[in-house]
Design a protein around this ligand. Structure first.
Ligand code: F6P
Length: 547
């Protein structure tokens, strides 16, 4: 059904009026006025706790935002997604990453096919294969157990498995070293090949389409390298593939028994729950991979069942929408206070920006509001000593998602209290700031002269009133990580529904791919250089001259 323009809806207009009233709200004042703000603006689900109280909104704001979610059809569109309707309109596909983590025996028929049975048949194969590699019964061609796994993939076929293998490193198999090669830059493959032994290495070629040029080139290079050390008949012990494109896998020369399929209703950036998660199952074991799926499923159930007012992904989405639309925040920083989540911001960049970095509605009309903000970040404590300066005192307001575990996965003394103290102190500092009068009092106490105080005070003043969320889990384990990823998937979905964009296509990456093919042929001398602009012509000429 065609949606009216967002700005023409009654709930959006009510929010616009409300936003004018809210313009001068100070977070300090909101906390002072309501001692119950924390219990009111927090929610628990699937082992996660979300505190969204440090945002510039109140109960009325939330009521209006929830009304907007209802008016935009979040509930019906959510149900359509879970039911397998073809909500990815431009590719005419269902969007069923949620079916990848549904327990066995919960049938879902799409196009006459029981998706649940298909999913679990592949998961069974992932279990058998990963168990064999981990147990050392899957042997390389010279009879030795596998020691190194090289995943060759890019985008959704890389970011998820890489992020999760790092996040769950506590559970990793001690014999298996994981390597991830994504970049077509030969330095990436060169570095990986330099570390592994062809007798004991397993290559996973992971590509939904099995046509992505970076992955195909890296796969060919790995194959050629391997064949320098062993014969063709050894390939079957060392190369497996994960893809929806069975024909292309066969053409590449991978044994059909070594193929792990998935389906076109799984988007690349939503695919880590499918056989694309094979590196995770290999690294941490199928049992832990299943716990990851179970955590995501628990979040799916919460998303489907909880009223919008108490629905964690919906609230995260609505608060983000409020900050984007009415505070004009053009970027969101993700700050994990957990070293093992260091790749999580990069993972979320693809999830969110490839999904909602759109400028036309599902009906092809220009959207009439800003859409997805820029998502970026790094481990919080490291960020504090780099870019947090801008977040505290720069001219833009950047909301932050703080993510932390209450209990560490190590026994080193004092570190965890220091880590959590930093996390909580930062969100408090962003919220409170430090007024010029507070600065003056401090400087007076240090015995500075009046002139010195007045010269320094503006520099030491923090505006505060800067929004943040804090997401806590008890411990970073497979179940809670699964729930955390699913939380952000559904947040992305809800924002896509509000903006009325298709969150499941990615046409924006196509133009660069087409032009790169053309220029590659020009660089390698297979084609006459075409007439580009003077900059592109100049750059091509420099690269040709350097060869
Ligand atoms: O070019 C973008 C993209 O299509 C992503 O959406 C996808 O995750 C990535 O490339 C890799 O695609 P594939 O798994 O088909 O190799």
């Amino acid at each position: 059904m065609r949606q009216p323009a967002l700005t023409s809806t009654a709930s959006f207009q009510a929010l616009e009026t409300h936003a004018i009233e809210a313009e001068d709200w100070e977070l300090r004042g909101l906390f002072a006025a309501d001692p119950q703000r924390f219990p009111k603006l927090t929610v628990d689900a699937a082992g996660l706790f979300l505190d969204y109280s440090k945002n510039r909104l109140d109960g009325r704001t939330l009521e209006l935002l929830v009304e907007l979610a209802r008016e935009r059809g979040v509930e019906t569109q959510r149900d359509a997604m879970f039911a397998g309707e073809r909500i990815n309109l431009t590719e005419r596909r269902a969007v069923l990453h949620t079916a990848l983590r549904a327990p066995r025996g919960t049938p879902l028929v799409v196009d006459g096919q029981d998706v649940n049975a298909d999913v679990h048949a592949v998961l069974d194969r992932v279990r058998i294969f990963s168990d064999a590699v981990r147990a050392g019964t899957w042997l390389g061609h010279s009879g030795k157990p596998i020691t190194d796994i090289v995943n060759i993939g890019i985008g959704g076929s890389d970011l998820g498995p890489k992020m999760i293998c790092l996040a769950l490193r506590q559970y990793a198999h001690p014999r298996l070293a994981m390597h991830f090669v994504s970049n077509v830059d030969g330095h990436d493959m060169d570095a990986a090949l330099g570390k592994v032994n062809p007798e004991t290495t397993l290559f996973i070629i992971a590509s939904k389409t099995f046509t992505t040029t970076e992955t195909m080139m890296n796969a060919q290079t790995a194959r050629a390298w391997f064949l320098q050390h062993a014969g063709e008949d050894a390939l079957a012990r060392h190369f497996v593939a994960v893809s929806t494109n069975t024909e292309a896998i066969k053409t590449f020369g991978i044994d059909p028994a070594n193929m792990f399929p998935f389906w076109d209703w799984v988007g690349g950036r939503y695919s880590v729950w499918s056989a694309i998660g094979l590196p995770v199952a290999l690294a941490v074991g199928f049992g832990h991979f299943s716990d990851l799926l179970a955590g995501a499923h628990a979040m799916d159930q919460h998303f489907q069942e909880a009223p919008l007012e108490a629905n964690m992904p919906v609230l995260l989405a609505l608060v983000g929408f409020w900050n984007r639309q009415f505070l004009g925040c053009g970027s969101v920083s993700i700050a994990p206070y957990h070293q093992d989540l260091s790749r999580f911001p990069a993972y979320l960049q693809q999830l969110d920006m490839e999904s909602n970095g759109k400028r036309v509605t599902k009906g092809g009309q220009p959207v009439d509001t800003p859409t997805c903000p820029v998502i970026w970040g790094d481990c919080g404590t490291n960020g504090q000593h780099a870019y947090f300066q801008l977040l505290h005192q720069g001219t833009d307001i950047t909301p932050i998602d703080f993510i932390a575990a209450l209990r560490p996965g190590h026994e080193l003394e004092n570190h965890h209290a220091a880590l959590l103290a930093n996390c909580f102190a930062q969100s408090e500092a962003f919220m409170r700031g430090k007024t010029i009068d507070e600065v003056r009092i401090d400087l007076q106490a240090q015995g500075l002269s009046l002139a010195e105080i007045e010269a320094l005070a503006p520099h030491k003043t923090f505006p505060g009133n800067r929004p943040s969320n804090t997401i806590l889990m008890e411990y970073l384990k497979p179940y809670t990580l699964g729930a955390l990823i699913a939380l952000y998937e559904h947040k992305t979905f809800v924002q896509g529904v509000i903006w009325d964009v298709n969150s499941f296509d990615q046409w924006g990456v196509e133009l660069g791919k087409v032009l790169a093919k053309k220029i590659e042929a020009e660089l390698t001398g297979e084609a006459q250089p075409a007439l580009h602009d003077s900059s592109t012509n100049g750059l091509i000429a420099m690269a040709k001259a350097a060869v």
